[in-house]
Design a binder for this molecule. Sequence first.
Ligand code: ZN
Length: 216
Amino acid sequence: MIGRFRKKLKSAVYGMVPRSRLLQRGPTGRARVALTFDDGPNELTAGFLERLDELGVRATFFLVGNKCEAQPDLMREYTRRGHQVASHGYDHTRFTQLSWGALVDQLDKTDRVLGRQPTSRPWVRPPHGAVDARVLGQLLAYDRLIALWSYDPRDYEVHDKDEIARRCRPERVSHGEVILLHEGRQSTLDALPAIVGGLRDGGYEMVTMAEMFASP
Ligand SMILES: [Zn+2]
């Protein structure tokens, strides 16, 4: 009951935001999906980058500021290889738990370490997708673009690569899907060839979120 109420409240809160400032599903005119990976960089990042190179896929990575600071060389590898990087907060605290000042501080510090982004506004994916009316208002006031997702295969709750790949089968997604995955999970890394192969067999092209939302 409470879960359903929360869901309703969340969609009501999202409804207050202009569609151009809150990204969930991309344009549905073309058979494209965007793979997105949260929570890096970490010890598996090199593996993710290698695997995606082998598969010829560009993805969007939502990175945690303090982890980027700790590994600046690794951080540059994402963009060098053509991936999109964007903010996932400075230390992964839920934005709803931060004061106004602390949230501004997190946004600024993370954007500084990420460097210039090719998009007109800095993008941010709030940790855990946790937002309320105040946080949304503040993100808009600070000119951020809120980048969420449209499909969560819940890769964080399974350790079986085949199950993760099954959850990302082409029949489970549709045009414009933004798929939420997590860096730092070995099973997700191991599932990538099957995920990408399956989506390609289903006729899907994989693009970054920035590419997806830049053109209809
Ligand atoms: Zn996260």
